[in-house]
Design a protein around this ligand. Sequence first.
Ligand code: CDP
Length: 224
Amino acid sequence: MIPTINTVVAIDGPAASGKSTVARGVARALNWLYLDSGALYRGVTWQALENGIRISAGPALVGMVAELQIAFAIADGAIRFSLNDMPLGIEIRAPRVDKHVSAVAATPGVRQGVTRWLRKAAELGPLVAEGRDIGTVVFPDARHKFFLDASPDERARRRYDELAERAEDVSPDEVGRALRRRDTLDSERDADPLRAAPGAVAVDTTGLTIDEVVQAIVARIREQ
Ligand code: CDP
């Protein structure tokens, strides 16, 4: 694994804590690449659903991941992924993927495969990576680590707004329930559970604008 102490900013946190938008903003401010690790867990989940692989069938899922061909491209300052020549698009954000992704991501063999892909992506250049285990497992030697959170109500509201904007047919209650379920699965699983990495700077984004969070993080990186 290449040393990533000075070339990775790790941003972890639960769903809808603001990680993606903030990580993109920090990457833009530093002129580094943006890496969305959740997109890979979502892409694997989408592939499994398309191929009719049962999510609870661990070995079949891990076998599928081992066979998948990954390719990277850079567009708009972000690393984009293709799995088996299929660029990951908006379909990986659908509610059916939301529903199954945490179970897929709890499978140790899937995590090993995705972690390998993420480390490979770090060869493309300095990056701001966001997810659940970036500071703890994927790039544990990164100097700059942040843990974003927001109140459950605020996170449910943000996710509902995002889905409503895409005209997904969901109710605020359903969105809140799905988010809480995913939080529990992600924090209580045995394999690489969601945790703040030792030394990570905690940022509560409730009531803060994206710009405020980005500025606070960039200032912290510059002084670290
Ligand atoms: O954007 P959102 O916070 O809803 O989720 P995401 O970052 O797209 O991640 C989707 C799911 O992938 C999470 O709920 C986790 O189950 C899993 N994940 C993970 O286990 N480890 C990561 N580094 C990133 C995502």
